[in-house]
Structure formats: C-alpha cells, structure tokens
Design a protein around this ligand. Sequence first.
Ligand code: PRP
Length: 173
Amino acid sequence: MPEEQFREFISTEQIADRVRELGRTITEELADYGELLVVCVLKGAFIFTADLVRHIGLPCRIEFIRASSYGSHCTSSGTVLLTHDLTIEGRNVLLVEDIVDTGLTLACITEELRKLNPASLKSCCLLDKPSARKKAVRPDYTAFTIPDLFVVGYGLDMAGRFRELPFIGIPET
Ligand code: PRP
C-alpha cells in the first residue's frame, strides 16, 4: 500500500476518537427515535458507516443507497445517479455520507428520500467542505469540517483507488 504517496491529514486515531464521540452524540440526541434506519451512501461511506454504527447505542437497521457523481474525475460532474430499493415510510432515517462537497449529492438524496415519507430524516457526514458548496445543504452531524482540499482514504477514493487507507490523506503529486 503506497502510504508514502500521501500526506496524512487526519490520522487513524483522530478518526476513531471523533467517530466514537459522534456516535455518543447521535445516541443521546436521537434516543427518543427508537430504532434508526441507517442509510449508507455507497461507495464512499462504507467504512465510516461500519465504524459509526458500532458507536450508536440505539437499535439500527442498515440499508444502502448508491450515489455516483464524480466518475473518474476529481471535481463534480454535476449529475447525480441514485440507485436504491429503500422502503423508509414512517422510519427514522439517518443518512450517512463520507463527504459533502458541492452539496449536490446530499441535496439530491434528501429530496428523493423525502418523497418516500420517512418519519424523520437526519444526515451525518464524515467530512464537510462548506467552502465548495453549490447547493445550500447542511448535514445535521459532521465529524470534521475541512478546507477545499482533495482527500482520499477511509472510504474516499481517487479514480476508484485508495479507499482502504486507514487514515485520510492528501495525494502528494
Ligand atoms: C462522492 C462522495 C459523496 C459526493 C459528495 O461520491 O462519496 O457522495 O461525492 O460530493 P458533492 O457534495 O459534490 O455531491 P462519488 O460520486 O465520488 O461516488 P463514491 O462515493 O462511489 O466514490
């Protein structure tokens, strides 16, 4: 694994600490909701979701939605493709994203899921890049707010690679 090609931006330990803390916050704030329907946005959020749900002390069901906008490019194509078979009517949904960048994906998924009449819909992201926004969306829960940098690892890719890095890094090119 070519870890030397990346400058570490957020360490494995920092991620673990923050995910644990976020899990506690969500547990406290959503305690009255009973069972949560956690919806992981593929592909990028698979690692974050797997870690986060183990720190949420509430009963969860876990579902997946596929959203894709970037293809093999590093900037948004502006088109978001969604694929899912979710039934969420009357459910308390927690949508889990890896990164909110332009906000187009979160806006698109939120709009789509609201049409399915959930009892409630909250969103949680690992990384928020507010300075890159094209759509005015704000996640309910954010692990880290970051500047407008291209980052990879812990689920985030560069042309399909490096999702497996255990830290969040900046490519050194
Ligand atoms: C990335 C990321 C988010 C979205 C955020 O997904 O996982 O879903 O882009 O960008 P935005 O706020 O500008 O819409 P991508 O399309 O790269 O798919 P992936 O998760 O499969 O890598």
